[in-house]
Design a protein around this ligand. Structure first.
Ligand code: PA5
Length: 403
């Protein structure tokens, strides 16, 4: 269960009346989402993100890999990486003893990482899952080419069983390769962009291999339409704060398992909404760690920021010196939000009753809705990313020059 509170720690920045003024505006956008007529919004209808048969196939293959392999290497970047990383980190034990480890590659251009990964894989039984909607992303292509050769060398004629491709149904190099080599493949639906693909096979296959129940995640997301009004409130409050020059959002959490989730929301919000010289810059803010670091800035520095706190209401608790550590963590959350409100820094609080599959599925869906409504309020298209083309063009140009 999720709840969203924009009133307790915002001191007059936000009132029910101010938020309600925007409802009429958002209604027409919601109607478009509901009608299925808005482009790139198939994520809105959870039955379009993944079929029952795909879920079955994913679970069957994941079980086989969990039984046999030491490692699944997931090769992907951006939306083809951040969702599964977020879910796995949030729902796995801190010191995971699973037989099969899920590790990531293709998230940068580090030679050192790939060299060391190759040596780590030498005596391991492994599978590769390359994930790319376009099939054309530089980091992913290079890491996959490298790992593909290693897989071929190690497994000889058996290598085909070791490679799983997740990509577009018809388009791109990876689809061609999957068809040519007859690799097992999963589909990223055409009308779902990378950063909205956490609940498609792109996100769910690595998650299933890590031992998380993907059916419960999907069940949570399937129920999440009931949170549309709260997601609308979140989008509107972000928008009102932006109009008041609060251009930085501290994505704040007090359970470090949520670091990957904060990275995912940072990507979703940042890549969707930083457009046309506007938008809020999302930054990761892990507490209480950062209270001994940028907490000083948040309390007392330039007034450019607001916080969105993800609070987990219950979980494993430890009693130290007759005191509940969870209780102290909750006291810290409330004291910090009050202190920041006193310093003219508003906090929005999203609470989960606990950190489990259903709630995370709901929260992911909540963020999809909120992000698209923010885009609508800002008059930008949340589903494209034209700003990343310039660096890509320059890399290509310089690579051609150096060849
Ligand atoms: O959200 C997005 O569209 C991007 O972050 C992409 O996911 C990222 O660039 C990777 O693209 P691809 O899946 O085509 O390799």
């Amino acid at each position: 269960m999720i709840s969203f509170d924009y009133l307790t720690h915002t001191r007059g920045f936000l009132t029910c009346e101010k938020v309600a003024q925007y409802y009429k505006k958002t209604d027409s956008f919601l109607a478009k989402l509901e009608s299925g007529k808005e482009d790139m919004t198939d994520w809105y209808d959870i039955s379009k993100t993944i079929s029952k048969n795909e879920v079955k196939d994913i679970i069957t293959l994941a079980n086989e890999i969990k039984k046999n392999a030491d490692v699944l290497v997931v090769v992907g970047i951006g939306g083809s990486y951040a969702g599964s990383n977020a879910i796995i980190e949030a729902l796995s034990p801190y010191f995971n003893t699973n037989k099969t480890k899920v590790i990531f590659a293709g998230t940068d251009l580090s030679s050192e990482y790939l060299i060391q990964l190759a040596s780590y894989l030498k005596d391991k039984d492994f599978y590769i899952n390359v994930i790319s909607k376009s099939g054309n992303t530089l980091e992913v292509k290079l890491a996959f080419d490298f790992l593909y050769n290693i897989t071929k060398e190690k497994y000889k004629s058996d290598y085909k069983k070791r490679i799983i491709i997740t990509t577009d149904k018809d388009k791109g190099n990876l689809r061609q390769l999957a068809n040519k080599e007859n690799f097992t493949s999963f589909i990223i639906p055409d009308k779902i962009g990378g950063r909205f693909s956490a609940l498609t096979p792109a996100g769910l296959f690595p998650v299933a291999v890590s031992g998380i129940d993907i059916e419960r995640l999907l069940e949570g997301a399937g129920f999440a339409k009931k949170y549309v009004p709260q997601a609308v409130d979140y989008a509107i409050t972000r928008h009102i704060l932006l109009t008041k020059n609060r251009v930085v959002e501290g994505l704040t959490f007090y359970e470090k398992k949520l670091n990957g989730f904060a990275l995912w929301t940072q990507q979703l919000l940042g890549e969707s909404l930083g457009k046309n010289q506007s938008g809020v810059l999302p930054i990761i803010n892990r507490n209480t760690t950062n209270l001994h670091s940028i907490g000083q800035f948040i309390q007392d520095g330039s007034k450019i920021l607001f916080e969105t706190v993800i609070k987990v209401n219950s979980g494993q608790d430890l009693i130290i010196n007759n005191t509940s550590l969870n209780n102290i963590n909750n006291i810290a959350i409330s004291a910090v939000a009050t202190a920041h409100a006193n310093g003219n820094v508003p906090s929005l609080i999203i609470s989960l009753d606990k950190l489990n599959e259903e709630n995370l599925g709901e929260l992911i869906y909540f963020y999809f809705i909120a992000t698209s409504i923010c885009g609508y309020l800002q008059s930008v298209n949340p589903f494209d990313q034209p700003g990343v083309e310039e660096y890509k063009r320059l890399i290509k140009e310089k690579m051609n020059e150096s060849n």
